[in-house]
Design a protein around this ligand. Structure first.
Ligand code: SF4
Length: 482
C-alpha cells in the first residue's frame, strides 16, 4: 500500500494511523498528483480549505472531502475521516480508534484536568477519538488508581534509573540496547567502573540541588548478567551515595533465570532493593526455545523459589502475548501460572515487531490473529484480585495493542507510573539511559546518554558533561532547594 500525500507536511499522525491498517506501507510526499500508480493506495491532497482523501484497495475506490476548520485540529479531523474509510474497507475498526500516541492515560488525565467532568472525558474518547468501550474502561480504571499517587508528588522528588545493558543471550524479539555476554563480556568490568563513577557524580549533583530521591530502578538489559562482584559494587555504590532506607521503592530487574542465582539475589536484598522482576515471558519451553532463551520453565520456577527464600515479597513477572509458537491456551496457562505463584505484579506486554529485532530481520512468517484473544484473557487477572495500574503503547505493536501492568493492591510500582505518565523527573545513569526533567505545564526535556557500552566506556567525559546538562535543566525549570 502507498500513502501519497500531496501538499501536506504534517504527516506523522496520518502515517501512523495508516500503518495500523496497512502493512507494509510506503510513504510518498509530493507536490503534484502522481500518475499511473498500479498498486493499492491512499491519496491525500490538501488545498486551501479542505483535504481530499481517496482510498483505492483491491479495485474498490472510496473518497471523502474534509474541511480544514480554523482554530480546530484539522490533522485530527483528517485522521478521523481517513479512519472511517479504512474501517469500512477493512470491515472493522481499531480498539484504540484514531489514537496513535503511546500514553492514552496521560491524554485522559489532561482532558480531565481541563473539564473536571469524567463523563465528558469518556464521551470525547468514545465519540471523537473512536476508542472502544473496553479500552476506555481500562484508561478510566488506571486513571483512578494513579490519581492519589500522582497527587502526592512533591516538586523536588526524582527517581534514579541505572542501566546495565547486558544479557546472557539476545531474545529474537528484542529491540532494546542490550549486548550478549558472549559478545561483550570484556566490556563489563570497565562498564561497571564508569557506571559507579556516574552514579557517584549524580548523587553529588542531586544533593547540591536539594533533590529528594524517591525510587531507584536498576534495569537493562538484565542487571544480573554481570558477575556477583560487579553487581555488589554497583549496588554498594548506590547504597553509599543515597539513603536507600528512605526510598519509596527500590527495584532490580533480575529478569532472566539463566543468570540470576542465590548469591545475586542475596546481594540485591542486602543492599536494600525490595522489589525484583523475574520474567517468565511464557510458561512454555517450546516458546522459550523459539525466542532464543537459554533457560527452561523449571529454571524460572527455581529462580522464583530462591527469591522467596531470600525474602522478596514483591515480585513482578512479565508475560508477552503474541510470541512465536504460543497459543491462546498456552498464554492463558502462563497467566494462571503467574497467579498461582502469587506474583504481586504481572505485566502483560504485546509483542512488538521493531526493526532492530531478529524476528523482523529474519522476516519469519508468523500470524498474529490470536493476539487479541490472548489480551482478552487479561480479565482472568482482574477476576483474581489484580488491578491494571499503568499502561503504554508502542509503535509496531502487533494488532496495535497495549502493554499493561497489573498489581495486587498496595504493590503498584511507583517508578512505572512516574516514567510512563511523565509526572516525575528521572535521572538515568549508564548506556542507553535517558534522563527526563519534568517541569510545570507539561514541560519535559530529555538528555540522552550514549546508547552502546563501547561509546559509554570510551567517552566518559562526555557522560559527565551530559549530566551537567541534566542538572542545568533542573535549575532552568526553576526548582530550588527547600
Ligand atoms: S532479556 Fe530483555 S533486554 Fe535482554 S535480550 Fe531478552 S528482551 Fe532483550
Amino acid at each position: 500500500m502507498q500513502l501519497i500525500l500531496v501538499n501536506y507536511d504534517a504527516h506523522y499522525e496520518i502515517e501512523q494511523l495508516s500503518r495500523m491498517f496497512f502493512r507494509p506501507l510506503t510513504l510518498v510526499k509530493t507536490d503534484r498528483r502522481p500518475r499511473g500508480v498500479q498498486e493499492d493506495f491512499v491519496y491525500i491532497r490538501k488545498t486551501a480549505g479542505r483535504f481530499f482523501v481517496c482510498l483505492v484497495k483491491g479495485g474498490e475506490k472510496s473518497s471523502v472531502f474534509v474541511p480544514v476548520r480554523i482554530n480546530e485540529n484539522p490533522d485530527m479531523d483528517l485522521c478521523i475521516a481517513a479512519y472511517r474509510l479504512y474501517e469500512k474497507s477493512a470491515g472493522k475498526g481499531l480498539p484504540w480508534g484514531v489514537l496513535t500516541g503511546v500514553r492514552p492515560v496521560r491524554l485522559f488525565r489532561n482532558l480531565y484536568k481541563q473539564s473536571k467532568v469524567l463523563q465528558e472525558v469518556i464521551d470525547k474518547f468514545k465519540n471523537y477519538y473512536l476508542v472502544s468501550d473496553e479500552k476506555i474502561k481500562l484508561c478510566r480504571d488506571i486513571f483512578r488508581l494513579q490519581r492519589p499517587v500522582i497527587q502526592s508528588r512533591k516538586p523536588l522528588d526524582y527517581s534514579l534509573y541505572i542501566s546495565i545493558p547486558f544479557c546472557p543471550s539476545r531474545c529474537s524479539y528484542c529491540s532494546f540496547v542490550s549486548t550478549s555476554v558472549k559478545a561483550a563480556g570484556r566490556l563489563m568490568a570497565p562498564y561497571t567502573d564508569r557506571l559507579c563513577r556516574e552514579i557517584e557524580y549524580t548523587a553529588k549533583k542531586a544533593a547540591e540541588n536539594g533533590m529528594k530521591l524517591k525510587t531507584v530502578y536498576i534495569g537493562g538489559g538484565t542487571p544480573t548478567a554481570v558477575s556477583a562482584d560487579m553487581l555488589r559494587r554497583i549496588m554498594d555504590t548506590v547504597h553509599r551515595c543515597f539513603d536507600v532506607n528512605s526510598l519509596e521503592e527500590y527495584t532490580v530487574e533480575a529478569g532472566r533465570p539463566d543468570c540470576t542465582d542465590l548469591e545475586k539475589l542475596k546481594i540485591i536484598k542486602e543492599y536494600g532493593a525490595r522489589r525484583v522482576s523475574i520474567n517468565p515471558q511464557t510458561f512454555s519451553d517450546n516458546v522459550l526455545k523459539a525466542i532464543g532463551r537459554n533457560h527452561s520453565h523449571r529454571d524460572f520456577l527455581r529462580c522464583v523459589d530462591m527469591a522467596r527464600q531470600v525474602g522478596f515479597d514483591s515480585i513482578n513477572m512479565d508475560l508477552i502475548a503474541g510470541l512465536p509458537e504460543d497459543t491462546v491456551e498456552g498464554f492463558e496457562k502462563s497467566l494462571r501460572g503467574c497467579i498461582r505463584l502469587g506474583a504481586e505484579n504481572i505485566t502483560v506486554h504485546t509483542l512488538t515487531l521493531k526493526r532492530a529485532s531478529n524476528l523482523v530481520i529474519k522476516a519469519e512468517e508468523h500470524h498474529y490473529d490470536d493476539v487479541e484473544k490472548m489480551i482478552a484473557k487479561n480479565n482472568i487477572l482482574t477476576q483474581n484480585g489484580y488491578q491494571p495500574y499503568y499502561m503504554y503503547r508502542q509503535k509496531s505493536t502487533v494488532k496495535n495493542l497495549e502493554n499493561v501492568g497489573f498489581s495486587l493492591s498496595g504493590h503498584e510500582s511507583l517508578y512505572n507510573i512516574y516514567i510512563m505518565e511523565e509526572v516525575q523527573s528521572i535521572i538515568s545513569c549508564g548506556a542507553g539511559g535517558v534522563s527526563k526533567i519534568v517541569g510545570g505545564g507539561n514541560r519535559i526535556k530529555r538528555v540522552y546518554n550514549y546508547k552502546y557500552p563501547t561509546e559509554y566506556i570510551n567517552d566518559f567525559p562526555s557522560i559527565i558533561k551530559r549530566k551537567d546538562e541534566v542538572f542545568g535543566l533542573w535549575q532552568q525549570f526553576g526548582y530550588q532547594k527547600d
